[in-house]
Design a protein around this ligand. Sequence first.
Ligand code: ATP
Length: 284
Amino acid sequence: MSGVEYAYAKLNLALDILRKREDGYHDLRMVMQSIDLADEVSISPRPEPGMTVYTDLPYLPKDEGNIAAKAASRFFAVSGLPPVGLSIGIKKRIPVCAGMAGGSSDGAAVLRVLRRMYAPDMPEERLAEIGALVGSDVPFCVHGGAMLAEGRGECLSPLPSLPPCWLVVCKPAYSVSTPELFSKVQVKKLRCHPDIPGMAAALEQGDLEGVARRLYNVFEDVLPRKYHQIFEIKSSLLGLGAMAASMTGSGPTVFGLFRDHSPAVQAVEVLTAQYPSVYLCRPL
Ligand code: ATP
């Protein structure tokens, strides 16, 4: 028996940092949304013990350094099921180090496939708890959809997904170091915070305009100048008719929210001429 599963990317519709904790992590409050850009994860048992990951990106780890393999080991260790040797194949479509939880989503997809294959009665909540041992974005990726995420991102409350719309997603050629960005945050000095209760209410009401008005990521406040392309992409998206635009996670990917298809397609055409990774997506 083998299994295949899509691993969907996420966008942060809002990202706030509330405080630095004694353990060195930050308490966050975020609204996360799954989108239809996805890796394809396949799993086949093999006679030899252990896990090997095969991807179309040769620089990604093949062993437990890969979040997909780490998730598989945690699944067997925590569930108490006898470990099975596995080949894990990943067709990567989500850009790496993009703020789109590509690795976490691969880990979550592995957990979903293994549950289907070996523990069909395991509740999704239990699977998410195993996910939390793999990474803080993994529980969200286990469930998908739209969620309010708190703590390090693992405390989740479901929200209705974005109403139908188009998301133009654009990643510059570089990546941003997440630890570098966190080191620049002094919570008391953040100039502005997203209205997350207002965004949650707008999602409850299916009010796209209300969500668009509240898109905001506090990391944009502390981005070093060298990442100016992020602001250039935002300006381009707004100039091309986006209702709003924001960076996702710790960047560098930026997305614009469009009500209508044809300006979104035009934005993709314009940005594709300048940037390496541009996608037209829909919320799930
Ligand atoms: P997040 O939005 O959760 O902060 P990200 O999109 O910035 O994540 P990822 O692409 O998920 O970043 O992960 C990037 C890092 O994780 C790289 O250092 C990469 O080598 C490592 N990694 C391990 N497994 C994977 C995987 N399956 N896919 C992508 N990156 C992986």
